[in-house]
Design a protein around this ligand. Sequence first.
Ligand code: NDP
Length: 285
Amino acid sequence: MAAEVIYGDQLALSLRQEMKEEVTALKEKGIVPKLVVVLIGDDPASKSYVSGKQKAADFIGINSELITLVDTTSEQALLDLIEQLNNDESVNGILVQLPLPDQINEQAIIEAISPEKDVDGFHPISIGRMLTQQDTFLPCTPFGILTMLQSKNIEIAGKHAVIVGRSNIVGKPVGQLLLNEHATVSYCHSRTKDLKAMTKQADILIAAVGREEMIDASFIKPGAVVIDVGVNRTEAGTLTGDVDFESAKAVASYITPVPKGVGPMTITMLMKNTIKAAKNHHTKK
Ligand code: NDP
């Protein structure tokens, strides 16, 4: 039997509708969530991600501001801007769109953002809190994946989750979130000796590599849940994932598509984090 497709776009829409109602109620109490997105340079992919974030914010009623800087911006100028935004009481969430130009140290920027406004969940304090299972801003893509699994009541406890990819923004944190949910977690990466032998053991397989359709049915245990994080642009200009969707769908129990899978959920969780930041700020006042 073919796998059930988990459509992230549909789930994202229903969550955004709920958030819209929540934001309307918050505004009645005088709380107006505000997100500032900083975009440096004019990389087309970054521009497209930023525009998706702004559209989602507009739909929900989150006040979003885009600050665009030229790609020759110095690290100090960006640090100064972040400090200003950290001190601005009206700003709840700060997102600096990655990647950054070579002259700017990415980690220095991530660490400059106040953890209270770190809606991307990349600050070491947010990561440490996630690791130790404290309340925090969860990184958006892993948070979106967890929400997709939970939306289908997919059992995580006791399952073997195999993560292909170990980046700081996707692979590592998604494994950690699944570990927090009591999965047994294995990480694979470019030095893994026999990738297929690992992925074939997965009850939950997360592909976060960035290689067009590298995971086909032969990597998948029958009945596994397959989450495709990859976003790859094909020669024809279309988007495709890390998973060969058609062959994988024939063996998996659940599968996410690309596009309309994890991508819309990532943006949605950013909105959720922004609302959380606004509520946290209000409670502290
Ligand atoms: P990175 O390039 O930072 O990480 C890729 C990972 O894949 C690395 O850990 C690398 O291993 C591993 N890898 C590379 N080649 C192989 C291989 N042949 N076998 C096994 N592992 C391999 O990418 P990201 O984590 O940032 O992103 C991964 C994908 O997800 C990309 O396509 C990206 O566009 C997409 N993405 C999608 C998002 C969404 O919202 N849908 C959000 C963020 C990313 P090593 O560490 O050894 O180099």
